[in-house]
Write a protein that binds this ligand. Structure first.
Ligand code: URA
Length: 432
């Protein structure tokens, strides 16, 4: 077997065997197959696609390319993952709610590449919070308090790490077999028994329309079935950012406020739906509406917020910053974006808002880049909201006056305001 033949086969639209896929994954991970050869094969997959069987074989080969975390001591572990969005602080809110119901949350996440950091980066805006704890400590926290959120220290799915970085450089990201194998390989390696996926759809997501998002969801569900990891996909819109804030410390503040009961409608609906299915998969309740009520109760009685504080304390963070959010580090400039006309917000392009937050320093392009936890955007008006002339649409948080002014100018352009009334979009598109 050699890589040239494998590339030629996929180039000519033929199906790759399990052995050929394993040969590629093993030898690309160990460096025998070179980046330009992997790039040629990846582009052939991007253009010609893969069958369900090929996609599952690629997923399993990537999952087994490194360590596999064994979480069986905790019983059924349900993991949650998003295909990516702007302003996605879901895990920060959802994980403590689920853990407060006695369902174990053992989550190892990578750092974010893109418009803002990932969950791990956001948690690091809390002074002291350690994301690089040992596996022993991770297990101890899950055993003792029912939750741990840490960075990826094990060598989980290294083949995906290489391939994902490569795809990014050759414009081969938005491919259903490549995205689904990338996500599912990491979930399998991270020890999940069951998986709930937030499949985003819209300008700020990989999948731009509902048909594509449905196909991605069905593919991941099928891989889950073949890999014996029951999977449920919740399709959510990503035309505008989720919730009010985009940024790292800003999203921590929004998450804590949500656990205090001040939660925006779209975030609440997404959290409750994802969580209700996690509870169902954990075998703790089949009635989705009842599960949502159980979750709301954990917010109202303060137990979910208490669980977040236990997590932060167990991982070295200072909960004084959670008890008094004013203490969290702040950007030097807070600049308003003001509406020049009366009307209703028709569009607020999520991708553009993400790019502006990236420009302010909230995200990273390469994994070595550092991020600024304090910068970002707070959206006061979203699609469907009524706006008066001279009313504040949003605030820009910047550490450079020049960048802040430019961000204000660009953010004003992201808002399309019309005179006729605009309906708010539903926060859940469908469940698969
Ligand atoms: N998230 C991933 O982990 N991989 C992809 O390919 C896309 C989104």
């Amino acid at each position: 077997m050699n890589i040239q033949e494998i590339i030629a086969k996929k180039r000519d639209k033929r199906e790759l065997s399990k052995e050929e896929i394993e040969y590629f994954v093993t030898n690309y991970t160990n460096g025998t197959i070179l980046d330009y050869q992997a790039a040629a094969l990846t582009m052939a997959i991007y253009i010609n696609g893969m069958t369900e069987e090929e996609t599952t074989n690629l997923t399993l080969a990537m999952a087994h390319s490194g360590d596999i975390l064994d979480l069986s001591e905790f019983g059924t572990v349900v993991d949650k993952h998003s295909t990516g969005g702007i302003g996605d602080k879901v895990t920060l809110i959802l994980a403590p709610i689920i853990a407060s119901l006695g369902i174990p949350v053992a989550k190892m996440s990578g750092r974010g590449l893109g418009y803002t950091g990932g969950t791990i980066d956001k948690l690091e805006s809390i002074p002291g919070y350690q994301t690089n704890i040992s596996i022993e400590e991770f297990r101890k926290n899950v055993g003792k308090i029912g939750i741990s959120l840490m960075g990826q220290t094990l060598n989980l799915a290294p083949a995906d790490k290489k391939l994902y970085a490569l795809r990014d450089t050759i414009a081969a990201t938005e491919s259903i077999p490549l995205i689904s194998s990338s996500i599912m390989s990491k979930k399998i390696a991270a020890g999940a028994n069951k998986i709930v996926l937030d499949v985003t759809c819209g300008s700020g997501a990989f999948m731009k329309d509902l048909d594509q998002a449905t196909r991605l969801a069905e593919t991941m569900k099928k891989i889950g079935e073949l890999a014996k990891k029951e999977t449920i996909c919740v399709l959510t819109p990503m035309e505008e950012p989720l919730g009010e804030t985009v940024g790292n410390a800003l999203e921590v503040i929004e998450a804590v406020e949500a656990l205090q009961g001040k939660i925006s409608e779209d975030v609440q609906e997404v959290i409750l739906t994802l969580g209700a299915y996690m509870i169902k998969l954990a075998g703790r309740g089949d009635d989705i509406e009842e599960n949502k009520q159980k979750m709301l109760m954990q917010i109202q009685n303060g137990k979910a917020l208490q669980k977040l504080k236990e997590l932060i304390e167990a991982q070295g963070g200072d909960i004084a910053y959670i008890e008094n959010l004013e203490l969290l580090p702040k950007a030097k400039y807070v600049m308003p974006v003001v509406s020049i006309k009366y009307g209703y917000v028709k569009t607020l392009n999520a991708k553009n808002v993400g790019e502006i937050s990236m420009y302010l320093g909230a995200g990273r392009i390469k994994k070595e880049d550092s991020i600024d936890p304090t910068v970002g955007i707070s959206l006061k008006k979203k699609i469907g909201d009524k706006v008066e002339e001279n009313e504040v649409l949003a605030y820009v948080y910047a550490n450079s006056e020049e960048k802040g002014k430019e961000a204000v100018r660009q953010l004003a352009e992201c808002y399309e305001i019309v005179t006729e009334k605009v309906e708010k979009q539903s926060s859940i598109l469908k469940v698969i």
